[in-house]
Design a protein around this ligand. Structure first.
Ligand code: AMP
Ligand code: GLY
Length: 420
């Protein structure tokens, strides 16, 4: 079958790598793709936010299956356009993608599903929001309702911080995303993520993971899109995970179906875990980046069968063949990230690394020019390894990091510390 992957990050490289290993995959196209994906897929330039352009491209290239990587095209209905054109697609409708695109919507679904999450209130004006904060006190969490590229959440340790956050949100800094604000109870605990494939009716977990949000070692520095991940996350034990499926995930899937907007794709549930129970922090409607890299490393070729079963509504017949393994991914980012950084710097040493089913460097922001790989983004490489245990996988990943020569880049040296 001919497969099209939309996106250009490490997440999409990992998806392409797994899908390509499955004998069902004939032709693989990545749009727009990156230098790493170019080794295993044809890269095509395409505006992935333009649903009709994506449909036309898929028809012209006889694409049988489209996998949508990032949330932005999902939120504008690219998956709807594909399905309306009769093209099989992995990823939720725009209506179902509201689980990520609107925090207030997710809270409403949690209420209807009776799912454990932080207490909250919604506001469209600053004064009542501030009055609520004064009444509740700190710590407290202020969130822009809409998609804000990971910047719309203020975990305020003081009342002043929360009040200033309200001014920022209503000042228009977040555009439409900040037109409504959700104020939440602060939840204490340890965070972990759970990835669950859903075909509208059936929910099938495909793994747990933990991300590292802060830029520097010891969880210091500014928040980023994620500096490294590992899977499984031991804090999300089987017992906690099963309870979360029963209390949070399956009721969400049922509520979405009941509303006539079934969720099809991957639900990425962010949990806060304390005293043996998970509470929902947020949903995303796509794989995490870099969490996807560790999940794909562990799933390998079966990922395509699972994504297909999901898109075809056949998850009740599917199963995950688990190996008792661990994977870790170390992000290499351009110096300065998540602030401003230089582009076009040269990365060498990649050709020294022997890649296989246990060791992979997934590319995020790279291009190949004159036989050289150059960095074009903030997060640039995801050095990923698998092993019988986390310590072994970690050792292998950092050995690869050592082989990469990129003076203009940096990485954390403590990925996986919580689990080790
Ligand atoms: P979100 O975009 O909703 O995941 O929020 C980003 C991050 O803010 C989360 O990963 C948590 O670390 C933190 N956060 C969000 N909501 C809460 C909450 N109610 N209590 C504590 N931390 C939170
Ligand atoms: N790594 C966090 C995310 O993908 O949202």
């Amino acid at each position: 079958m001919n497969i099209l992957i939309l996106g250009s990050g490490g997440r999409e490289h990992a998806l392409a790598w797994a899908v390509k290993q499955n004998p069902k995959c004939d032709r693989l196209i990545a749009a727009p793709g990156n230098a790493g994906m170019a080794d295993i897929a044809e890269c095509a330039s395409l505006d992935i936010m333009d649903g009709s352009a994506v449909v036309t491209f898929a028809e012209e290239n006889a694409i049988d299956f489209v996998i949508v990587g990032p949330e932005a095209p999902l939120a504008v209905g690219v998956a709807d356009d594909l399905r309306n054109a009769g093209i099989l697609c992995f990823g939720p409708s725009a209506e179902a993608a509201k689980l990520e695109a609107s925090k207030a919507f997710t809270k409403e679904i949690c209420d209807a599903a009776n799912a454990p999450t932080a207490a909250y209130a919604r506001f469209t004006e600053a004064e009542p929001a501030k009055a609520y904060i004064r009444e509740q006190g700190a710590p407290i969490v202020v969130k822009a309702d809409g998609l804000a590229a990971g910047k719309g959440v203020i975990v305020a340790m003081t009342e002043e911080e929360a009040l200033a956050g309200i001014d920022d949100m209503f000042s228009g800094e977040f555009g439409d995303a900040g037109a409504e604000v959700v104020i939440e109870e602060f939840m204490d605990g340890e965070e972990a993520s759970y990835f669950i494939l859903c075909d509208g009716k059936t929910a099938l977990p495909v793994g747990t993971a933990q991300d590292h949000k802060r830029a520097y070692d010891n969880d210091e520095g500014p928040n980023t899109g994620g500096m490294g991940a590992y899977s499984p996350a031991p804090v999300l034990t089987d017992a906690i995970a099963e309870r979360a499926m029963a209390e949070i995930v399956r009721p969400t899937v049922a509520e979405m179906a009941k509303r006539g907007t079934p969720f099809q794709g991957v639900l990425y549930a962010g949990f806060m875990i304390k005293d043996g129970q998970a509470r929902l922090v947020e949903y995303n409607v796509r794989f995490g980046d870099p969490e996807c890299q560790v999940l794909m490393m562990r799933l390998g070729a079966q990922a395509l069968d699972l994504l297909l079963a999901c898109a075809e509504g056949k998850l009740d017949e599917a199963q995950v063949n688990w190996a008792d393994d661990h994977a870790i991914s170390v992000v290499m980012a351009a110096n300065g990230y998540p602030g401003s950084y230089e582009k076009g710097t040269v990365i060498s040493g990649l050709d020294q690394i022997s890649e296989d089913s246990m060791n992979m460097v997934f590319h995020a922001g790279t291009t190949a020019k004159d036989g050289k790989v150059t960095a074009t983004g903030g997060r640039v490489l995801n050095v990923t390894a698998r092993g019988d245990n986390l310590a072994e996988a970690r050792k292998r990943a950092y050995a690869m990091v050592d082989q990469i020569d990129w003076p203009e880049g940096f990485n954390r040296s403590d990925i996986g510390w919580r689990a080790l």
